[in-house]
Design a protein around this ligand. Structure first.
Ligand code: UTP
Length: 259
């Protein structure tokens, strides 16, 4: 089955990047000369995705209208999340727009660089196993509490079967160093699960809690992707992405006089 639709949840407040995010959505902050969201949309295009469902807040919607002209090969649909009630809630807003087929979720603040786009890596796995499969990677133990963390049941090479998922556990309670990394491929039953998922951490409906339900049923897989991930949602990650792509484009001259 072809995967053509992707949900991009972009209705968050971006509080960690204030004050710039008070005037400009996080998704449009530059990575060198490109709004960061363009890098994510380029990954979607290269992966064969065709329809983008952008979940936006009422205040941010007008900032994204121009995308239709910049990416004429992608069809855009806007879905409003009135209040930021969590990532799981944002995804649930896209239920009708997604419809009955498997789809992807791309977090726009996670940029992953690899010649074979991560979405495509997940699509290839899905075509073999026909189950929900999300990107995972190992991170140093002292960083696990920044992420959703997996407990795995079994593995075969890069493909793991998940047993549990816990959102941002304290380091001593983390079940492994495998974390959830911002690219997801779900069968549509995730919506049924999300509808029944109560607010969790921070009083928000957490996608990780819904993933945990799928994992408990033995229906969630995680794939150790190839590529380098950068989280532009925090100041250091935004700087790192600019250094990484800046060096790629301009070489070591970017360091002149700095180090
Ligand atoms: P984040 O927690 O990284 O983004 O959510 P945020 O809430 O905008 O940032 P901070 O924590 O205030 O700095 C991950 C993704 O989910 C979206 C965000 O826009 C981001 O792309 N999101 C989050 C929503 O669309 N709605 C929400 O209610 C929460």
């Amino acid at each position: 089955m072809q995967i053509t639709k992707a949900v991009i949840p972009a209705a968050g407040l971006g509080t960690r990047l204030r004050p710039v995010t008070d005037v400009l959505p996080k998704e449009l902050l530059p990575v060198v000369t490109k709004p960061s969201l363009y890098l994510v949309l380029e990954e979607a295009l290269k992966s064969g995705l065709k329809e983008i469902i952008l979940v936006v807040s009422p205040a941010k919607k007008s900032f994204f209208e121009h995308l239709k002209e910049v990416f004429p090969k992608l069809a855009f649909q806007f879905v409003i999340q009135k209040e930021p009630k969590g990532l799981g809630h944002a995804v649930l807003m896209a239920d009708q727009a997604v419809g009955p087929n498997p789809f992807m979720i791309l977090l726009p603040d996670i940029i992953i660089d690899h010649p074979k786009p991560v979405c495509l890596q997940l699509i290839k796995v899905f075509q073999k196993i026909n189950r929900s499969v999300n990107a995972t990677e190992r991170v140093p133990r002292d960083q696990v509490s920044l992420y959703g963390v997996y407990e795995m049941a079994s593995r075969e090479g890069r493909l793991h079967k998940a047993k549990r998922v816990v959102e941002k556990p304290p380091p001593e309670k983390a079940l492994s160093d495998f974390v959830v990394t911002g690219r997801y491929l779900f069968t549509p039953d995730i919506f049924e699960v999300l509808k029944k998922t109560p607010p969790g951490r921070n009083g928000e409906i957490q996608l990780a809690d819904a993933m945990n339900t799928l994992a408990g049923r033995g229906e969630l897989y995680a794939y150790e992707f190839e590529g380098l991930h950068m989280d532009i949602g925090n100041p250091v990650g935004l700087i790192r992405a600019n250094i990484y792509f800046g060096k790629k484009e301009y070489g070591k001259s970017i360091y002149q006089g700095l180090v």
